[in-house]
Design a protein around this ligand. Sequence first.
Ligand SMILES: C[S@@+](CC[C@H](N)C(=O)[O-])C[C@H]1O[C@@H](n2cnc3c(N)ncnc32)[C@H](O)[C@@H]1O
Length: 285
Amino acid sequence: MLSYKHAFHAGNHADVIKHMCWLGVINYLKKKEKPFTLFDTHSGAGCYPLNSEQTQKNREYESGIDPLANVQPNAELLKMYLDAMDFYWQQQQYPGSPLIATRALRPQDSAHYMELHPNEADILTDVIRGVGMGNAHVHHRDGLEGLIAMTPPNPNRGAVLIDPPYERFDEYREVKEAVTKLFRRWQNAQLVLWYPLLSARADKKSGVSEVMIEALAGMSKTAFSAELHIDKKENDTGMYGSGVLVMNPPWQLDVQLDAALKEVCGHLGPNAISKIRWLKQESDQ
Ligand SMILES: C[S@@+](CC[C@H](N)C(=O)[O-])C[C@H]1O[C@@H](n2cnc3c(N)ncnc32)[C@H](O)[C@@H]1O
């Protein structure tokens, strides 16, 4: 089943926290001249015109990037995110994770983008070609299987974004297994795993992200979670927020995200809150 299309959700609050975090990780890797490799397991189509029928259906960007677009940001990470968005936003587009990453790569870095939906993979190839593929590679294949097959990279410095649609209940288990395998193969990978926060309306999926995150926190890796809630769970609006689990996080990313998310919340309505929680610190190991 591949019915999920990211165009319906482009630029929503989940994209804001995920893309801000991913940029924070990439930016930290760029502090050293040494090359790095990025892996994006569920890449999507790469760029989303805001005026498309799909994006216009629920106009989810109105509870995400839209209220932020004209903000003069104070937080460094929010500024970096809005700067990366600006070129596309001016053209009524929202860039997806592979496009954001490709624009940040240096000649010595490389990236692997996996996407299973054939049409999305074709569009992504065109989008990435449009900015000059360089060392960016699009793979039409299963993302978790591809990740394990292609890691560790050489040299083994880099980061992974796992951003599944979670359409199937089994995806939560598959992600947990893939992360376990990933760290067996590539100990120092930096990982950003996005997860939805779902109210009771989501029935048996409600609370499953939280269980997955706690299980992954049991691994011997430093980890924190950052969450952006735009509604109260008890209001039962379905996806009331989302989070990122960051394993082997770069130094100070928690502090940067905290400042950026607090500022974001000020623009996303009265129920918006953010939370940063360390699940395992160096001293716990
Ligand atoms: C949430 S979207 C990705 C959005 C993208 N990461 C971004 O931030 O711009 C999830 C994508 O995963 C793709 N997908 C679903 N199952 C997959 C699988 N097993 N392997 C790779 N891609 C998959 C879907 O077609 C969809 O495009």
